[in-house]
Design a binder for this molecule. Sequence first.
Ligand code: SF4
Length: 463
Amino acid sequence: MARVLLLNPPSREICMRDYFCSKISKGSYCYHPVDLLILSGILSVRHEVQVLDAVVQRLKNERTFSLAKGYKPDVIVFLTGAVSFHGDGPFLKELKQATGARMVGLGDIFLEKPERVFELWPWLDAALLDFTTPDILDLVESANKISRNAVVRSPDGQLIRLPVVQTPGAWGTALPRHDMFSSLPYSFPFARKKRFATVLTNFGCPYSCTYCPTGSFLYKERPLGSIAEELDSLQALGISEIFFKDQSFGPGRERIAALCRELTGRKWPFGWTCFLRPEMADEKVVGLMAAAGCHTIIFGVESGEAEVRRLYGREYSDNILREAFAACRKFGVETVATFVMGLPGESTGSLDKTIALARELDCDYASFNIFVPAYGTALRKKLIDQGVVTDELAFMDSAVSKPYMSTALLPAEELWKMHRRAVWSFYGRPGFLIKRLLGAGSWGRMFRMWAEGWSVMSARRNA
Ligand code: SF4
């Protein structure tokens, strides 16, 4: 039996870098690192597991270091990402020297040319490319045992890139150890209860939006029986609020119906939030979801211009969007629209349309993000081939930082101004503010909404 430490390393910012995506929190919220959560279950079957999340516990380097060292781990599985790798490297190197543990990384920076991370970090032993399979057990037990879904450094220093094999059956059957995370102060702006759980029912995404890395993972669904068992375990822990972190809930209609059946008829109902493709959100589907406890749906609207959406793999009309948001209003489901601003080909004109659509859809919240050429995406590859971006390992953040790049039609400074304009134009409407605050339902939620809203609207400082 090995001692395994699941580590979310300390960070000056509240950064979230799970599921091969890293960004800085727009407010003070911080949700569960879902990959460490899933691995906690798989690893606990055969090993002694500890969780140390320095981000949510706001632990500084010294304190995290001392706690991590005190666990005397044989293996440390840690998160990293484009938003934090510069700071993570020195900390993790020292931890390796102090503990002698095998170091296994997870994060977006391993999705493209992982060899350059291994070169930068000579102390790194392996990178895991799928956190839902039992492969981690082989990796922990012997670096020579693992045969897929990882990059490993062999004892003689050679880098071995094992094949990525993602099949429907390859899902670790052990239930995530929610008990190890439930006492930590995670928060999520759309959760209606302070205590909530994050659950995955699938991995990857069957769609292929070219700016998103998830579409390049082979899509697989988790067996329904295992999801039902996890819901039972959450009820046993007294948790009744869920964030389904699936990149797209369902995503087919039959699977949505099957998941909703699992959620209804329980000891007490769950309240939940999920991401959903707008094409799926007709009245039948939204009605089913609302009856199963769904109170908030997050839709990736992305751009106010249909042609821009089409260019990047999102082929739905403005009318489909209008119908989806109207269906949610009909069933009392709150909506969040997410937007990506600054995709290549966008101009100030198309961003004006985005701002107008955000207001017209009458969503309850809007999340305006700035395009970054994320690692492992088809669009990034195209931009590198065109010489628009370099393939360097660099800091990138789509949430609160100033734009990573300019495009032919949109200088970075102009994009940043449009982004601020979008936030103020959406959240600064007096009628909207009054409606949101009055609709909060409780003083606690109203206060949290006010605090989060102010963080989102305040300009940030990163270059
Ligand atoms: S639907 Fe969402 S998760 Fe799937 S590829 Fe598109 S942006 Fe990525």
